[in-house]
Design a protein around this ligand. Structure first.
Ligand SMILES: Nc1ncnc2c1ncn2[C@@H]1O[C@H](COP(=O)(O)OP(=O)(O)OP(=O)(O)O)[C@@H](O)[C@H]1O
Ligand SMILES: [Mg+2]
Length: 356
């Protein structure tokens, strides 16, 4: 299994999809779980209507783009709320409890808003795919997070909450929940409910009552999910651009993964600029272009190419620094492309850089 992690906007989703396509081009059966892909990429992956379901990209779709595809690519976008519901459904002791929980407005809020719910759902999906299907490789995209570490910590943090004393005390008979929902607080809530039409007390107490029934199973599952992140068959592909902020986050992420004994796969450095003047001076390039383009256009084009050289030089230094700091001899470099990556042919080309 392979998890693409990194700062926001660096190309995690693109890299995850490209890795899946590239590995399938080598004959493997691959699943890719993306999170919130750009609309056109989602369409290219065949996910216009089937959000939340694993669908195989039709061989004809690859043929149409002249991509030879001996393997299989299965793709899905992760629907957080739905994944969370599925987990609860599995763990609820009976149909009635399940209905109660799912219909509960507080559950609705909690399942999408609780810190780490999205990250947990992503990892839970990975666990499910690895145990219930026979993929050679599963590639997981991760949510854009301010702190990429959230993703790694979510399962354990949630577990800590579920098994912590606070919740136990809260739910225990005669505990805080019982006292909170007893009188006289109840009277205040009753008035509140009459005035606002929102039965906060009823919702809350029903929620915690039904939650008590699923907590044990939830804890066990979360623990398995946390173990999966440390499984030797799971690698983390740190994805970054050469820019300083994402690169800093990449270095931080690498240290954290190492400290936790989580395995690192290749380091992907995306959107790398290449030298444009190819060793000539700006004046020389202007001279070379002038006969065909005219003086003015030649001057502007040469200046533009010189700007690219500045970016390329900046990238070269950033890459060297990343190699040093992350102890990576051979990072996977992907050039800054002229167009967004949003069809299968473009993904196949992107994969070419990753797997070369
Ligand atoms: N090498 C590249 N050259 C040009 N465009 C690229 C390249 N890599 C990615 N893109 C484009 O950049 C945009 C952002 O990429 P992507 O959605 O993969 O980033 P992300 O890391 O998943 O973002 P988020 O953190 O918001 O989820 C997309 O439109 C994608 O097509
Ligand atoms: Mg993304």
């Amino acid at each position: 299994m392979c998890v693409c992690v990194g700062a926001g906007g660096v190309g995690k989703t693109t890299a995850a999809a490209a890795l899946a396509v590239g590995m399938a081009m080598r004959g493997h059966k691959v699943a890719v779980v993306t999170i919130d892909p750009a609309r056109r990429l989602a369409a290219a992956l065949g996910m216009r209507r089937l959000e939340g379901e694993l669908v195989r990209i039709k061989p004809s779709a690859f043929e149409a783009q002249r991509v030879s595809m001996p393997g299989e690519v299965w793709a899905m976008t992760l629907d957080v709320k739905r994944t969370f519901d599925e987990i609860v459904a599995r763990l609820a002791p009976d149909e009635r409890t399940l209905k109660e929980i799912l219909a509960n407005p507080i559950y609705g809020e909690l399942s999408s808003a609780v810190a780490g719910a999205q990250e947990l759902s992503a990892v839970a999906k990975l666990y499910e795919l690895s145990h219930e299907h026979d993929f050679d490789l599963i590639v997981l995209d991760t949510p854009p997070s301010r702190n990429a570490l959230d993703f790694l910590e979510a399962p354990t943090r949630l577990l800590g909450f579920l098994e912590g004393r606070a919740l136990k005390v809260f739910l225990a008979p005669g505990g805080l929940a019982a006292r909170l929902f007893g009188r006289p607080t109840a009277i205040v809530f009753a008035i509140f409910a009459r005035v606002t039409g929102v039965d906060l007390l009823g919702d809350l107490s029903a929620f915690f009552r039904s939650l008590a029934g699923v907590i044990d199973g939830f804890g066990a599952r979360t623990r398995r999910v946390a173990a999966l992140l440390r499984d030797p068959a799971t690698v983390f592909m740190i994805t970054t651009s050469p820019e300083s902020e994402p690169a800093r986050e990449a270095a931080f992420l690498a240290r954290t993964l190492d400290a936790r004994g989580m395995r690192r796969g290749g380091l992907i450095i995306n959107r790398v600029h290449s030298y444009a003047l190819e060793g000539h001076s700006v004046e020389r390039v202007r001279e070379l272009l002038a006969p065909a383009a005219g003086e003015r256009l030649a001057a502007r084009a040469a200046a533009n190419l010189a700007d690219f050289d500045v970016l390329a030089e900046r990238d070269r230094r950033a890459i060297a620094r990343l190699q040093r700091e992350l102890h990576v001899a051979h990072p996977l470099l992907v050039p800054h492309l002229d167009h967004d990556v949003q069809d299968l042919a473009a993904l196949a080309r992107f994969a070419g850089y990753l797997l070369s």
